[in-house]
Ligand binder design. Structure first.
Ligand code: ZN
Length: 155
């Protein structure tokens, strides 16, 4: 092996090590950010449910009755369409699966009026906590008629 070839091999090994380090760094920062992003989506999901509550109350005071479905709130321009969907669910499933479920018969009871259609946050919790040991509480949110939004696991 001449000196020229040996020098190229050393350069190749050096570049290979740099690539490995870069991949490792990207993986670690991806996981850290994946956890932070899921926490941000949970906050957005709870905020959606607060907005839905405000829209239901406005709809009720304008029309004297609860809306027949959540789409009525969008048609009445009391709510943006994207507030009808869990942001974590939209990443994992079809839009229809990510859409919140509405139980108008639960208005005024102890049962949730609007809740997650899908265990979207649980799937993230499974993936991030169980696989990568990121600390995420299990969560699946419900909106109650007194405006409380909390994880269904807290009851
Ligand atoms: Zn959600």
């Amino acid at each position: 092996m001449d000196r020229w070839t040996a020098s190229w091999i050393r350069t190749g090994v050096f570049i290979g090590l740099l690539v490995l380090l870069a991949v490792g760094w990207v993986e670690v920062s991806f996981l850290r950010h994946a956890g932070a992003r899921e926490l941000a989506r949970r906050t957005a999901c709870k905020y959606n449910l607060k907005l839905v509550h405000r829209a239901i109350v406005e709809y009720r005071s304008e029309s004297g009755a609860l809306p027949p479905d959540l789409d009525s709130l969008v048609r009445a321009q009391l709510l943006d369409r994207e507030s009808l969907y869990c942001p974590s669910g939209l990443l994992l499933s079809s839009a229809q699966d990510a859409k919140y479920l509405y139980y108008p018969e639960n208005w005024g009871t102890e049962q949730p009026v609007v809740m997650e259609a899908h265990d979207s946050h649980l799937l993230w919790e499974n993936a991030l906590t169980r696989t990568f040991s990121l600390p995420l509480e299990p969560a699946s949110f419900g909106l109650y008629s007194d405006e409380t939004v909390k994880s269904l696991f807290e009851r």
